[in-house]
Design a binder for this molecule. Sequence first.
Ligand code: NAP
Length: 442
Amino acid sequence: MDRLAVIGDPIDRSLSPVMHNSTLREMGLGDEFVYEKIRVERDELEAFVQGLRDGDYHGANVTIPHKVEVMRYMDRLTDAVEKIGAVNTIYKENGMLVGDNTDHIGFIRSLKDEGVDVEDRHVTVIGAGGAARAIIYALLEGGAESILIANRTRENAVRIMERFDHLETQISVGGLDEVHGDILVNTTPLGMAGELENRSPIPVDRITPNVVAVDIVYDPPKTRFLKAAQKRGCKTVSGIGMLIYQGAVALEKWTGKKVPVDTMKEAVIRKMKDNIALIGFMGTGKSTVGVSLADSLGRDFIEVDELIEEKADKTIEKIFREDGEEHFRTLESEIIQDVCQKEDTVISCGGGVVLDRRNSNSLKKNAYVVLLTASTEEILRRLSEDSSRPLLRCENREERIKELLDDRSELYDDCAHITIDTSDRGIDSIVDEIIRRKEGWS
Ligand code: NAP
């Protein structure tokens, strides 16, 4: 198995492992590559690169604080790195280590996805750090008409301006209250989750309705800056696209294969929402496990069947009897769409939720989906006292359960990220396994 890694310090919150590992699985390369996050302190960098050279790793991403320092250990730097002055991706070419930077491609592709072209546009780059350099390089490559670098510390902006001195694009520097232009790009960390979340990088009255507002911060996807811009009717672009495309270009370099970008995007969004959905046949323990799981993780718990009853203002039994199963399934789909907007929630779904592919697709995109199973005998035993199940009103319950399981088992498997057999197991051990496997899944 070839190892890939992102190195940095701190590295705990990196979304790269979940993004790359999900995509590698989707590409059928889950057995060939694994992507890890590794905390590498400054004095450990040289040793890590030596390990990479010796074959411990197949390739790597590099993040704060090593993007500049790592350049000196490379055998070759790409033209983009020579100009940007920072490496975010290392790959091997004929045994040599190549330092590359994919941030600038990620940035331009994410704009293109949103129909934004930088050619002949006036752009303000807010911030003058490492990411700003990659973005200015991208803007020059893309043929921007002018670039204003607006930064807290003027000298840092001047240094970048001099580095990128350019014939065709006019570059100037200014303060944070001087921004203007067709496109405003925030490259500072202001707005990112944590202490800086409520801060905008510029006074919000500088945002006029005709501009495109771009934020390269991706957590949260809608920063204070983007919300203010949206309020003024501006087009907005979040940092998620850049994160995904810079990752996709790196993965293409390491694997030599085309990367399914949508899978990467889904993996990032799923990880950021951090929902867990429990699916499976009735009697497999979804509600009991769900309550206990939500409790252990300090999350909200949602029972989809309860929400359906609230919406219809009658019991499920009554909905089946008076309105029919089809009506029930319609209500169920509407509720699933709603709950998929949630974050940090444990969602217990009804047994037939997978009958509608749209439900499965939404759940898979927005939650880590755990399929709970149990043997037919165990299900029969657990439901022996329960007469409220409309689908089990029949002469031979065992036959009926087998029939329904036959119809649904493939649909369950298709929807699930992992499967856990709950027969003969205690709740605590099931909850522990879900938490453990969810961690490892990334
Ligand atoms: P960096 O090199 O540390 O640069 C930070 C810049 O932000 C500097 O210009 C700094 O101004 C400015 N700044 C920091 N704190 C500020 C404050 N309180 N008020 C005003 N300005 C402030 O960081 P970086 O590597 O460029 O990364 C910046 C952000 O981009 C991070 O949040 C990172 O996660 C994000 N990023 C996203 C992607 C993506 O794929 N979406 C890729 C790369 C980076 P001074 O010059 O005055 O210090």
